[in-house]
Design a protein. Structure first.
Length: 322
């Protein structure tokens, strides 16, 4: 098993980007420890505040956000950061080369039941002609990402990351405190009989998604002629990790429950980094209108429809929209 830095050098990742990645991962090691001690350290439950998304913040959300924010702004590598928990972007070093977007604790509704949660991050090169405090720094398509990944806080703490040369799995070795490469160039099977979706929203989906999921649920007696299994963790990091590990399709489609917010997942903090990882593993990451990473962002908290996973099954899903 290879340590992180040699593995990244093998992928020809520049030293300044390696240093930034190691900085982010230093924060995730601390978060991993805090998560494991949350029940003992008084970090369970919610705060009295809401984030910019209008969601009640968990105590660990706030701690994780501050840890990543502080370590990045002190590093000198970043021109600006944006977080799901911040109202707007936060300026860093004016001459910083990179910008970082992150969801400090994805799946935080799982915290109080001791279920899967994780940290998602995305790195772009900064736009030199824009000031560090200009949120337009972050209006870059996902195709321009130079690195994306997540850290999953489960039975083991796992890092899944790409710098554009495949998607690789790492595990945190607590004996020396570093991430070790355990699987290089993970590949998502093209076909699957497994799907992940929040079925409680079924009545609000558009008709194409209603029809697609209906055909899956019909099983062997339905038009697909096959039995499909549903899995739902309620944390994107967990559901996408399963897809990367053994295949499947994950979707959070448009719905009409709240007409002002037809989409759930955030483009910059969730959809783009996960799309980069899935595509680098041979899968597909789409909305019903086209590739997620081709979207030109209009707002740092923009939300999008998500359909991603095993290539052939994503294509089958999209065929219902034609």
């Amino acid at each position: 098993m290879q340590r992180l830095a040699p593995a990244l050098r093998e992928d020809n990742v520049p030293l300044d980007l390696i240093s930034l990645i190691k900085t982010i991962l230093a924060a995730t090691k601390e978060i991993s420890f805090r998560v494991s001690q949350a029940q003992l350290g008084g970090l369970m439950g919610s705060t009295l505040d809401e984030n910019i998304q209008g969601e009640v913040q968990k105590k660990l959300d706030v701690v994780a956000n501050e840890l990543i924010k502080d370590i990045l702004l002190e590093s000198g590598f970043v021109k600006a950061i944006s977080s799901e928990e911040e109202d707007t972007s936060v300026a860093g070093e004016e001459d910083g080369k990179f910008i970082v977007s992150f969801d400090p604790l994805d799946g935080s509704s799982n915290i109080d039941i001791n279920s899967l949660i994780g940290t998602i991050f995305s790195i772009h090169e900064a736009i030199p002609e824009l000031a560090a405090d200009d949120p337009d720094q972050f209006k870059q398509a996902g195709r321009k990402q130079v690195c994306a990944g997540y850290v999953l806080y489960g039975p083991s703490t796992m890092l899944v990351m790409t710098t554009g040369s495949g998607t690789h799995f790492y595990v945190l070795d607590r004996t020396h405190g570093g991430y070790l490469l355990v699987e290089r160039n993970v590949q998502v099977p093209a076909d699957t009989r497994e799907f992940a979706i929040n079925m409680s929203n079924q009545q609000f989906w558009e008709q194409p998604m209603q029809d697609y999921i209906g055909d899956l649920v019909a099983g062997e007696s339905g038009p697909r002629g096959e039995y499909f299994n549903m899995r739902w963790i309620a944390a994107m990091v967990g559901d996408i990790h399963r897809v990367l590990t053994r295949g499947g399709i994950f979707t959070y489609p448009a719905d009409s429950k709240n007409p002002e917010k037809p989409y759930k997942l955030r483009l910059m903090y969730e959809a783009n980094p996960m799309s980069f990882l899935v595509e680098q593993a041979g899968g597909k990451a789409m909305t019903s209108q086209g590739p997620i990473m081709d979207i030109e962002p209009t707002d740092i908290h923009q939300r999008v429809e998500v359909i991603m996973g095993s290539r052939n099954e994503v294509d089958k899903c999209l065929s219902y929209y034609k």
